[in-house]
Design a protein. Structure first.
Ligand code: SAH
Length: 225
């Protein structure tokens, strides 16, 4: 069974203590958005990892998940979330559900989240945890995120959590006017965090931030075989 080694839903005082320390470490690294820090303090990251990695869940590190993918470093999650400027009810599309942790952070902030993953196994695992957490405002989809979710467009915010060599043109079209897209843009070795603002039907502006390293954005989808 693919789900046998999933963590139990326990969130102990020890987990909560470790989480608080992690949040303070992220604050010290320069993240000052209190709503983002509060969400990091709320979401039990250890539930999104395999049991074997539980002890490392509250270190500020990326960790392996299935299918050769990674759960982003908490600092990176905080960084992208702060750039995205979400509020309660903001409609967000995330490309690259992975573990589901980033989607849960956005969910904890009260956003209406649509998240897509191209690996069916990761999609199912993330969906299961998000459902168990009772996050009715986070919806998980299995598919190729470069195509977006046209039936639910436009989105106030679009967040790509894998490395893009180009901005997917279909996603630009699904961004609301006045909306923001945050993505790591570059080659496979290093990407520059980029924020795109849709200014009008045809005008988009770009801002550049720090450099990061993500797993690649790939086309197509992979079913469990
Ligand atoms: N946000 C995730 C990060 C996961 S890593 C988390 O919090 O854990 C990036 C994920 O993007 C991987 O799971 C990868 O399979 C997925 N991905 C890559 N290309 C994709 C695409 N075209 N559509 C959907 N997901 C994609």
């Amino acid at each position: 069974m693919p789900f046998d080694n999933l963590n139990t839903m326990e969130d102990t005082f020890r987990h909560k203590g470790l989480r608080k320390r992690m949040v303070e470490a992220i604050r010290d690294k320069g993240i000052s958005d209190e709503a983002v820090l509060e969400a990091l303090n709320t979401v039990p990251r250890h539930l999104f990892l395999e049991k074997a990695f539980e002890d490392k869940a509250y270190e500020d590190q990326a960790m392996p998940i299935d299918e050769g993918q990674t759960i982003s470093q908490p600092y990176t999650v905080a960084y992208q979330t702060a750039l995205l400027k979400v509020q309660k009810r903001t409609k967000v599309l995330e490309i690259g559900t992975g573990s589901g942790y980033q989607a849960a952070i956005l969910g904890a902030m009260g956003a209406r989240v649509y998240t897509i993953e191209r690996h069916e196994l990761l999609h199912l695992k993330a969906k299961k945890i998000i459902d168990q957490l009772g996050m009715l405002n986070v919806r998980c989809y299995f598919g190729d995120g470069t195509k977006g979710l046209g039936e639910f467009a436009p989105f106030d915010r679009i967040l790509i959590t894998c490395a893009a060599t180009d901005v997917p043109s279909l996603l630009l079209k699904q961004l609301a006017i006045g909306g923001l897209m945050v993505l790591p843009l570059g080659d496979l070795n290093v990407q520059t965090m980029t924020r795109i603002t849709r200014k009008s039907e045809t005008d988009y502006s770009h801002e550049k931030f720090e450099e990061f390293r993500f797993v690649p954005l790939l086309g197509g989808k992979k079913e469990i075989n």
